[in-house]
Design a protein around this ligand. Structure first.
Ligand code: IZC
Ligand code: ZN
Length: 427
């Protein structure tokens, strides 16, 4: 048997167990040392020891140099497609103007809505494509992308079509989420329920055109209430959508409890989740998607209680929340560091969070997050000595090479500025 690609001389091969991993389960992480791995037809075809790899035939052989190989990372919460940018809000933030206050005055999400409405589908496609390229370079091979900057039929569908085109033409797997109820647009300022009716009406069309797998709603003070969120989630589920919710990000409204009660796939943010909400997560099926980059970027000191969630038995995952306002980074490795420093998660928990649990949160457990025989050959070769090193050394890109379905989609070229002899390898 000749394989397509053989990675040999792997110092540590990260092999997360199939998820979802809850509580104690998140604390275990299988590491195979001195390993090798072979790919055939886009799938993992063989895993063995470095010694055994000498007998294996392959078209392309890659010396991993004793470094670390993991499954491709999964980013389960991004606002990938948007027009414009909001660097002007930095000064407001520095002056202490709260995020929800900026939104109330028509800025924040609403300024991105205006910029997104003004942008053509093709321009949005190109811009989001560049973000995707960056994400891939950071080791992400599967992600979720939300709409929510259109807030009317035409522009929400435009955003969803961009996601569909990126999914069909690009090389990363993208799960699409309809976040129509992301803010109340100016034209409905006096009639939020009327706006929600419009978004509910759109669900059937999105479903019939297969433009989204999930729906989501921003449940927050001054945005949507618990009752409105319940109504939207119920309408979504009646049409066969799985649901997500931006819950208890700033104020503790009870979105976490609602998510579990409604059987949502995930509850996201949870910084202000109540003790009852956390207990419910531990008992229920809903995955907690934590977004420490957002807390960091909003300049807050209180982070989601990840320790309590995991120790009580919840399934926790991590995401960038990449968006132009509250978390302007597409680097999931940076989030891994924040998870260590601010959420006090262990390296094992962090790796499980960004692989199997992230895949589960977006319904891709069967396609991403693990490396077993027959799994998709979504792989990252990391320029690090061990798996604990990535959260530890923050703010840089440790990925050396990234493969999606066995095809190399990114490889690092070192800058030629320092005369250290480079090994004769091309990643
Ligand atoms: O554009 O500010 N929190 N939605 C809910 C966001 C942040 C995105 C934004
Ligand atoms: Zn978000």
């Amino acid at each position: 048997m000749s394989y397509d690609t053989l990675l040999y001389n792997i110092g540590e091969l990260i092999l997360p167990a199939p998820g979802p991993l809850k509580g104690e389960g998140m604390k275990q992480l299988k590491i195979k040392e001195n390993a090798a791995l072979a790919v055939k037809d886009g799938k993992i075809a063989w895993i063995g020891s470095h010694e055994e790899s000498i007998q294996q035939q392959a078209e392309t052989k890659v010396d991993a140099g004793g470094k670390v190989v993991s499954p491709g990372l999964v980013d389960p919460h991004t606002h990938l497609v948007f027009g414009g940018s909001r660097e002007n809000e930095l000064a407001l933030k520095q002056a202490g103007v709260p995020y929800l206050e900026i939104l109330k005055k028509g800025g924040g999400i609403l300024s991105t809505v205006q910029a997104t409405r003004e942008e053509s589908e093709d321009k949005l496609y190109e811009k989001a494509g560049r973000s995707l390229q960056r994400m891939a370079s950071f080791g992400v091979t599967t992600l979720e992308a939300k709409s929510g900057y259109g807030l009317d039929r035409e522009n929400e569908l435009k955003q969803l079509r961009v996601v569909q085109r990126l999914r069909d033409q690009g090389s990363l797997d993208i799960v699409s989420t309809f976040l129509g109820p992301h803010a109340i647009p100016p034209e409905y300022k006096q009639d939020p329920d009327g706006f929600l009716d419009e978004m509910v009406k759109l669900l059937a069309e999105i479903r019939s055109e297969n433009l989204a797998d999930y729906t989501d709603i921003f449940c927050e003070t001054g945005v949507f209430t618990i009752e409105q969120s319940r109504r939207f989630m119920k309408a979504s589920q009646d049409l066969g959508f799985q649901t997500k919710i931006h819950a208890d990000e700033i104020d503790s409204l009870g979105g976490t409890e609602l998510a579990v009660d409604m059987g949502a796939a995930s509850a996201d943010h949870l910084v202000a989740a109540s003790d009852e909400g956390i207990s419910k997560l531990a008992e229920g099926q809903t995955v907690a998607v934590l977004l420490p980059g957002t807390t960091f970027y909003l300049g807050k000191n209180e982070y989601a209680k990840a320790r309590k969630m995991i120790d009580q038995g919840a399934a926790v995952t991590l995401a960038t929340d990449f968006n132009p306002g509250s978390c302007v980074t597409d680097n999931l490795q940076m989030i891994m560091s924040l998870a260590a420093l601010k959420l006090k998660m262990t390296p094992e928990e962090i790796w499980n969070a960004v692989t199997v649990n992230a895949a589960h949160a977006i319904g891709r457990s069967d396609k991403a997050g693990t490396l077993e025989i027959g799994s998709a050959a979504d792989l990252v070769l990391w320029d690090v000595p061990n798996y604990q090193y990535i959260p530890y050394h923050y703010g840089v890109n440790h990925a050396l090479a990234v493969w999606k379905h066995g095809r190399k989609i990114w490889g690092r070229r070192d800058a030629d500025v320092f005369s250290v002899p480079q090994p004769e390898r091309e990643y």
